[in-house]
Ligand binder design. Structure first.
Ligand SMILES: [Zn+2]
Length: 351
């Protein structure tokens, strides 16, 4: 059986032929089928067809391809594939991904990444479904087609050398903040402060688009957890499990805040204790954009007041620019203030 993979299909398309005839000795991978159909090439099963020249056995492939295959089947790659399957199951069990939602990747070498395929539930991944992709997002190994959102992962890898793995999912509690255009306020639970840090907010962009890449890029180096407007959450870490931990902590934090909304009152981590958390974090070698802030600056935001008052993404200088799309313009703000003032004056007038 000869395998006709994505790169074979790409080479075939370049020949300009409009029909691809194959027989039972050839197995076409799903990614190769996509390449052919997207290029308008018809695939025809024909028992009399000769073996296509492009469908070569792995042993006969050129050196670059052979080394990618070797890397893809190395013990290191196998270990990562197993970890991704394990985390996929955990993501699905915790209802962080719906349908085919979510994707996971891990850096194998400086420009080779293992990632999940498109169109499958993360709860039922198998190691042989994994893909290997280069630093530009081109698939270089694996018979399943890579996730279309890998380019968004690249926005993190290309700007953040410490990022070894990226996890993207659609968890419902963080998702509630996402569709409200809100960043969960800080200073409520040490777990988030130390192990995740300031959560950032990227405005909505089409999933997998170059615009999505651009929206994530400036936030990634300082933020291990980023809410993606009207979409989901993307996190990064120093291992597949660590990237997933950021997802789990972010969603648990959001869930706790949502639950707490139905209970009166609310306390926060005292201002003077925030420095201790930053010290712990620094010792662990974790990034945080707040290291240079003074204790008073760390406490500028009153978390509970923020939840009552206004979207909080506009109160964080680091994410203000990114969230600009979700906040009011000055003109809009002025109009709102004016109509509120008029309304109040009307109410005050004797009837
Ligand atoms: Zn998504």
């Amino acid at each position: 059986m000869k395998l006709f993979a994505q790169t074979d299909a790409e080479a075939f398309v370049k020949t300009g032929a409009k029909e691809f005839r194959y027989n039972r000795d050839v197995s076409i991978t799903p990614a190769a089928k996509d390449v052919l159909s997207e290029s308008g090439v018809k695939t025809i099963f024909d028992t009399a067809a000769p073996a296509p020249a492009a469908a070569v056995s792995p042993a006969a492939k050129p050196a670059g391809k052979a080394s990618d295959e070797a890397l893809f089947n190395s013990p290191e790659a196998r270990a990562i594939k197993d970890q991704i399957c394990d985390i996929g199951r955990r993501i699905w069990m915790r209802e962080y991904c719906d349908g085919n939602g979510g994707n996971i990747s891990c850096r194998l070498t400086p420009d080779r990444f293992i990632c999940t395929p498109t169109g499958v539930s993360k709860g039922f991944l198998k190691p042989d479904m994994m893909c290997m992709v280069d630093g530009e997002g081109n698939q270089v190994a694996g018979t399943w087609k890579r996730t279309s959102e890998f380019t968004t992962h690249l926005a993190i890898y290309n700007t953040t050398p410490a990022a070894i793995s990226v996890c993207h999912a659609h968890p419902c509690h963080a998702g509630a903040f996402v569709i409200k255009g809100l960043i969960p306020p800080p200073r409520l639970i040490p777990e988030l402060e130390v192990f995740v840090g300031q959560v950032a907010y990227a405005p909505y962009r089409t999933p997998g688009s170059p615009e999505m890449y651009e929206a994530i890029k400036p936030l990634a180096p300082q933020h291990q957890s980023i809410l993606m407007g009207n979409h989901g959450v993307i996190t990064w870490g120093n291992s597949v499990e660590d990237a997933y931990f950021k997802m789990e902590i972010t969603d648990a934090y959001c869930r706790t805040i949502i639950l707490a909304q139905s209970i009166p009152g609310g306390t926060s981590i005292p201002c003077e204790k925030m420095g201790d958390l930053m010290d712990i974090k620094k010792k662990l070698g974790l990034p945080d954009s707040r290291y240079d802030l003074k204790p008073a600056e760390l406490c500028e935001i009153d978390p509970w007041q923020t939840m009552k008052d206004r979207p909080c993404e506009c109160s964080s200088p680091a994410s203000a620019a990114a969230a600009a799309g979700a906040t009011m313009t000055n003109a809009e703000l002025e109009n709102t203030v004016q109509s509120l003032t008029e309304e109040i004056l009307k109410q005050l007038q004797p009837k």
